[in-house]
Design a protein around this ligand. Structure first.
Ligand SMILES: Cc1cc2nc3c(=O)[nH]c(=O)nc-3n(C[C@H](O)[C@H](O)[C@H](O)COP(=O)(O)O)c2cc1C
Length: 348
């Protein structure tokens, strides 16, 4: 049997050596000024040694008021570039691509005094009611995404992902469950998608033409009156036309608690629908932790990339072990690892 997972994928000028991507995961472990520290470096460095094709960073806040927590990584000022460059350089040196996730927390910021959102609607009682964004706030956020992309370019990232899911700012604009604006950013789907498309425009303007741009898109709120898969397909078409190369299809999280069933590959059906309906490459994530499932996803063309989260937290070397199971020889960033992964079965 040949492997589907351990085949390359090219997006613009970037070729990933396999289809396994470490999904963005906030570690709440950066310094309070958003800077990379040793813990961040080792966390990403360990996964870079483990054989995946690409690592997506956790949320990188594009403005200080857009942080989820005070321990988020930041890309809102130039002083943050150096630490990110160190991480990106190490990851790339291991033959692994690195994708920065640009994000704004909106009403889900735990820094509640400065939280902003499309409308004055609370996510929950703990976080409370956010400030409604003015036209100036919106323009500032769009510009902040553009500047963040420019810093990510300086830091040497291979790809960027705009976070438009998980109940954060851009998702809040997209869904009628959090956006009741009456201006050009609320009402119709085109209006609710305006912020996302302006952000894509600002990022693309700063991001090299040979480097891919991804969007993590909420493809259904799974709630009455919320965003639907049909909405997500329409938005994905607009994204493709605006220069986005891949949609990472997720669901839920606009309100506390996941409203749908959870099983291995539970979000795949949304990725498939977007891929077929919008004609754009897609990624899927969600309890994908077995090689057989990943092989089926890629082999059957259900998604182009598999994003894995917690499996890689449990075991940074998951991909090396999977390659061995698949009978595929992969290049090891530290060749001596072959002493443990074959063909030499005996130590000293
Ligand atoms: C600890 C943790 C932190 C996460 N942080 C982020 C994040 O920063 N950005 C994001 O888009 N998703 C985040 N997620 C969601 C994951 O990227 C992933 O989509 C989700 O965990 C489902 O994949 P899994 O079942 O393989 O873990 C996080 C998940 C976990 C477990």
């Amino acid at each position: 049997m040949t492997s589907n997972v351990f085949t390359p994928l090219t997006l613009r000028g970037l070729t990933l050596r396999n289809r396994l991507v470490m999904s963005p995961m906030l570690m709440y472990a950066a310094d309070e000024d958003g800077l990379v520290n040793d813990r961040t470096f080792v966390h990403y460095g360990a996964r870079a040694l483990g054989g995946v094709g690409m690592i997506a960073t956790e949320v990188l806040a594009v403005e200080a008021r857009g942080r989820i927590s005070a321990r988020d990584l930041g890309v809102w000022e130039d002083g943050q570039i150096e630490g990110l460059r160190r991480v990106a350089g190490f990851v790339r040196g291991c033959g692994v691509a690195i994708c920065g996730q640009l994000a704004h927390a909106g009403r889900k910021s735990m820094l509640t005094a400065t939280a902003i959102a499309p409308s004055a609607l609370a996510y929950d009682e703990t976080l409370g009611v956010p400030q409604t964004m003015s036209a100036t706030d919106i323009a500032d956020v769009v510009a902040a995404f553009g500047r963040a992309a420019s810093r990510a370019r300086e830091a040497g990232f291979d790809a960027l992902q705009i976070h438009a899911a998980n109940g954060y700012l851009i998702h809040e604009f997209l869904t009628p469950l959090a956006n009741v604006r009456r201006d050009g950013y609320g009402g119709t789907l085109a209006n609710r998608a305006r912020l996302l498309l302006e952000v894509v425009g600002a990022v693309r303007a700063q991001w090299p033409g040979d480097k891919p741009l991804l969007v993590r898109l909420c493809c259904s709120d799974l709630l009455e009156g919320g965003l639907t898969i049909e909405d997500a397909i329409a938005v994905s078409r607009w994204l493709r036309e605006a220069g986005v190369d891949l949609v990472d299809a997720t669901t839920g999280n606009i309100l506390p608690g996941y409203p749908g069933p959870v099983y291995p590959g539970y979000q795949l059906v949304y990725a498939e629908r977007v891929r077929a309906g919008a004609g754009i490459p897609v990624a899927s994530s969600g309890s994908i932790a077995a090689l057989d499932l990943a092989e089926e996803i890629i082999g059957a063309g259900r998604a182009d990339l598999v994003f894995m989260g917690r499996a890689l937290l449990r075991n940074p070397f998951w991909a090396i072990e999977a390659a061995r199971t698949a009978g595929v020889a992969i290049e090891l960033p530290i060749p001596t690892y072959a002493r443990a992964t074959g063909p030499f079965e005996r130590g000293y």
